[in-house]
Design a protein. Structure first.
Length: 131
């Protein structure tokens, strides 16, 4: 067995420190991903379904079916205003926007549906044509 030199001891200590710091950096990222959140800590789990009347309009939200529209950006979630689908998109930070209130991100699909009803001011939501 070779003698332990100062150089070998310092090399082993540096390798151990690098391994420990890499594990410390990777651990929160791995934990966040297994809990359904992004590396930034934003929750990316599916919202709960809802069905309510808001300002005289029926708004509904539920998980979207598998397959379907290949341009779907709604994070697997569908929202309807008076039976017409409100197209949603989920942002990278976990917020939601719709075609009606595109520049006003909100925290949930329910809030997006309510914002759309407020913005429509009684006007009907027209179907959004697919490409």
């Amino acid at each position: 067995m070779p003698d332990l030199t100062r150089r070998r001891a310092l090399t082993a200590a540096a390798a151990l420190a690098a391994t420990a710091s890499a594990a410390a950096v990777a651990a929160p990222h791995a934990t966040a991903l297994t809990l359904g959140t992004s590396a930034a800590g934003h929750d990316h789990t599916a919202p709960d379904p809802f069905d309510e009347v808001y300002n005289g309009r029926r708004i509904q939200g539920r998980p979207a079916g598998v397959g379907g529209h290949h341009h779907d950006h709604g994070g697997g979630y569908a929202v309807f205003v008076d039976g017409v689908q409100l197209h949603l998109m989920r942002n990278a930070d976990g917020s939601w926007i719709s075609v009606v209130s595109h520049y006003d991100p909100v925290p949930t699909p329910r809030a997006a549906a309510r914002a759309a009803v407020d913005e429509l001011q009684g006007a009907p939501l027209l179907p959004f044509p697919a490409n």
